[in-house]
Design a protein around this ligand. Sequence first.
Ligand code: ATP
Ligand code: MN
Length: 466
Amino acid sequence: MINKTRKKIKELLHQNKEQVEILVMGWIRTRRDSKGGFSFLEINDGSCLKNLQVIVDHNVDSFERNSGKIHTGSCVSIIGKLVHSPGKGQSVELQAMIIEVYGEADPDNYPLQKKNHTFEFLREIAHLRPRTNTFGAVMRVRNRLSFAIHNFFQDRGFIYLNTPIITTNDCEGAGEMFQVTTLNVDSIPKVDGSVDYSRDFFGEKTGLTVSGQLEGEVYAMALSDIYTFGPTFRAENSNTSRHLSEFWMVEPEMAFYDLEDDMNLAEDFLRYLFKDVLEHCLEDLEFFNQQIDKTLLKRHQVVIDNQFERVSYSKAIELLGESNKAFNYSVEWGNNLQSEHERYISEEVFEKPVIIYDYPEEIKPFYMKANSDGKTVRAMDVLLPKLGEIIGGSQREEDYNVLLNRMKIKNLNPDDYKWYLDLRRFGSAPHAGFGLGFERLVQFVTGMENIRDVIPFPRTPKNARF
Ligand code: ATP
Ligand code: MN
């Protein structure tokens, strides 16, 4: 047993009393030798951003034997004495008594030398990038956010629900699906010219889920408040800095909520997450504020301090029309808002988060509740400055006949949605929900430019390495 008495660096850095016989393990970030016969090592074990400074007296027995293996990237185990540090930037340092090397990292080949690497380069070495300051910080923030998401919902009595990953329903055009099949793609069985799915594994066409919403509604109609938090897949060829082919989505679904309740929850949720992460990851966020985006903490404060602006889609179209800005996509009532429009409204018009609601019926899925104007549905999107859409949600249509009618208008086959329609036949209730893209949240919180850099192993078109 080697782990029992080991101390994590985060814990040591928070101590101010001197101690003998401390055991730490971690990876060397830098080594500097002094003329006086000492080596200064910076050790990191991922528990926090800061390194532990270790001073190795060259007279220590184990130094002689290991010196050639002690360099950037090597993994070491050190027993030493924790003492107050006279140096700037740290309160304690470790005076090594024994230093052993678990694994060295040949300096001629180890790719993470001290200089700053581009994020593009680091994506090529996604197996080593967690050892950089930036990726350590991203993953700690990501971890805290996911914990805070559970806390938020659990505190409010929501039930955590795991919806299926393999599914036959496509959530009506939420996104293109990846197909799941065990058919031999080199010789696909066919009847009358089309694929014979009766011979496929599930006996019908299946894919990876694009949203757990429809299944979430089933459980909201029994447990009142549920949320999902799981992987979501979209086979879209969108090579942007905000789209992944595999991402994580949080989808709460609530019985007895209308659109206003839904918007209130989304707003409380985001504000809670920003406060929580500020409280628990301040060191990492200050690092991002310094290294990645100097306006980051200011933007966080804007989210925490302000009510989100709420504007109808129609009003948003007016604002865009009055703007005199040259957009790439035309602004016209009935068109989808593009990211440039969303960013203009949240960044330039209101300079804070904005919720746009009541979208045209034609551009939204069949399940959204119709407004009495005959033109719009009770949908809402939450937009953040610099990012655009982070949440999309709606009140769901709870009336059986209205829903059936909307399916027909949208050329959907009601037979495919029998169980979904049943929710409106038996004990229907007003209900609403939304979906939050988890990586978009991590992106906004950290200020990272590219969504590929806030998930451990990004999947994007033409890339599923690692
Ligand atoms: P967008 O218009 O930005 O592509 P969408 O309207 O297709 O998103 P929804 O179906 O409303 O997205 O999904 C809910 C949320 O999931 C979005 O608000 C966003 O935060 C996130 N999301 C959607 N697609 C992706 C993706 N490809 N990669 C990462 N996050 C995504
Ligand atoms: Mn959306």
